[in-house]
Design a protein around this ligand. Structure first.
Ligand SMILES: [Zn+2]
Length: 148
């Protein structure tokens, strides 16, 4: 039996990768593709590294084994690609936070929670790597709120 190769639509660069930013992004399928592309363009974050996980930056907001693991991955990526900006994101109606229904449909309450959680995550990043610039952003259904 022979192996069949399926070709990529555009060649993958053979140059060693350098990135300007690391983005923590939720794994929610609604946020893939064009939404992420628009976010990267809006923040001028390209070239970037991406860690995609349930809840995005939420994992860093409170001490946990998962947060320690993600922090470890981030440090490995920084050693490889030398980014100096960490972009922390969370989004509206995130299942990892109970969805919008957890806030009884109160958008302001949900946004305050997202902003507060992003601030805790920011402080955790700065405690580990005070030299990086941290950008917090809330991904909404109709756009992005950059908090830094
Ligand atoms: Zn989510």
């Amino acid at each position: 039996m022979s192996m069949a190769r399926t070709y990529v639509s555009r060649p993958i660069s053979k140059e060693h990768h350098h990135s300007e930013t690391l983005i923590l992004w939720c794994s929610d399928p609604r946020l893939r593709g064009k939404v992420l592309e628009d976010f990267v363009a809006a923040g001028k974050f390209d070239p970037y590294d991406l860690i995609c996980l349930p809840g995005g930056a939420k994992v860093l907001a409170t001490p946990s084994i998962e947060g320690t693991i993600v922090g470890g991955y981030a440090q490995v990526l920084r050693g490889l690609h030398h980014f100096n900006v960490v972009v922390l994101t969370m989004h509206e109606d995130c299942g990892a936070c109970g969805g919008s229904k957890a806030f009884d449909g109160d958008c302001q309450k949900e946004h305050e929670f997202l902003k507060g959680t992003l601030e805790k995550a920011k402080q955790a990043v700065l405690a580990l790597s005070p030299e990086v610039r941290v950008v917090r952003a809330v991904v909404n259904f109709n756009g992005f709120d950059f908090l830094d």
